[in-house]
Design a protein around this ligand. Structure first.
Ligand code: APR
Length: 248
């Protein structure tokens, strides 16, 4: 606990001295909201679910019944979660002008729910879907309701094309949010990674462009050696203590 307090104090000083700090979050910031991450031993989602089978463009095209049943169930569960103290603390740091943006790999929308304003959702989100033919946008609930009513794949009311959620599936190109996020990192003077294994490209490349790097993650990451501060502990208490130290 003492080490952590000293590390939080060092991280708070880095944050106070920065003029353009940006956070990069992964599934680990949402586990304290009850959502499994992907790679934690024993609990990570990818230990029980083959992502390519359910959440890939190939599954969407070739096995829509799988995508729109198990895949949508996985996605739907994320929408019920609530932000935890790590999300709320990052939002309070942004409100105080101490954090300029959050780049997140998460599609759970918890940074928005916590009140963060500048959020770059580089793997998409669960607020809407779109028609793959006419590109019209629909609310995620419309898509989910159609699938639940047995319309698989759900079709566009306007043109009959197949609807899909606005999440980045395995096989999709990266959205514009990723390019904007990369620019945000290049323009930052501190990148604070929270709850990511930093193993999935191209997001995993971003920390190498950070002027100063800090990592709060339960387990080691490939970038620990490059980070000025590394705290291997729960994001909730650490980021809350960080916000208290910076904002007090
Ligand atoms: N506090 C801090 N760190 C945590 C916590 C917590 N409460 N819970 C888990 N972690 C850490 C884990 O130790 C792990 O290193 O968070 C990290 C989460 O890593 P992943 O499960 O790999 O999630 P992420 O980095 O977001 O994965 C990136 O991979 O499958 C794709 O699209 C998916 O966006 C995801 C991407």
């Amino acid at each position: 606990m003492m080490a952590e307090t000293a590390d939080v104090a060092r991280l708070a000083r880095l944050l106070r001295e920065s003029s353009h700090a940006v956070a990069l979050t992964g599934a680990g910031i949402s586990t304290e909201s009850g959502l499994p991450d992907f790679r934690s031993p024993g609990t990570g989602l990818w230990e029980t679910v083959d992502p390519m089978a359910y959440l890939s463009t190939e599954a969407l095209e070739r096995r829509p019944e799988l995508f729109y049943s198990t895949g949508m169930e996985l996605l739907g569960a994320l929408r019920e979660a609530q932000p935890n103290r790590a999300h709320l603390a990052l939002a309070s740091l942004e409100k105080a002008g101490r954090l300029k943006a959050v780049i997140t790999q998460n599609i759970d929308g918890l940074h928005h729910k916590a009140g963060s304003q500048r959020v770059f959702e580089v793997h998409g989100h669960l607020r809407s879907g779109h028609c793959q033919r006419c590109r019209s946008t629909v609310a995620f609930s419309v898509l989910a309701d159609k699938a639940r009513a047995g319309e698989v794949p759900p079709r566009c009311d306007r043109c009959g094309g197949v609807l899909r959620p606005d999440v980045v599936l395995f096989g999709d190109p990266m959205p514009e949010a990723f390019d904007l996020a990369a620019r945000e990192v290049l323009g930052s003077d501190l990148l604070l990674v929270v709850g990511s294994s930093l193993q999935v490209a191209p997001v995993a490349y971003l920390p190498q462009y950070a002027t100063n790097l800090a990592i709060v993650n339960l387990t080691p990451t490939p970038y620990d050696g490059l980070a000025g501060v590394v705290i291997h502990d729960q994001a909730g208490p650490v980021i809350e203590a960080l916000a208290q130290a910076v904002l007090s």
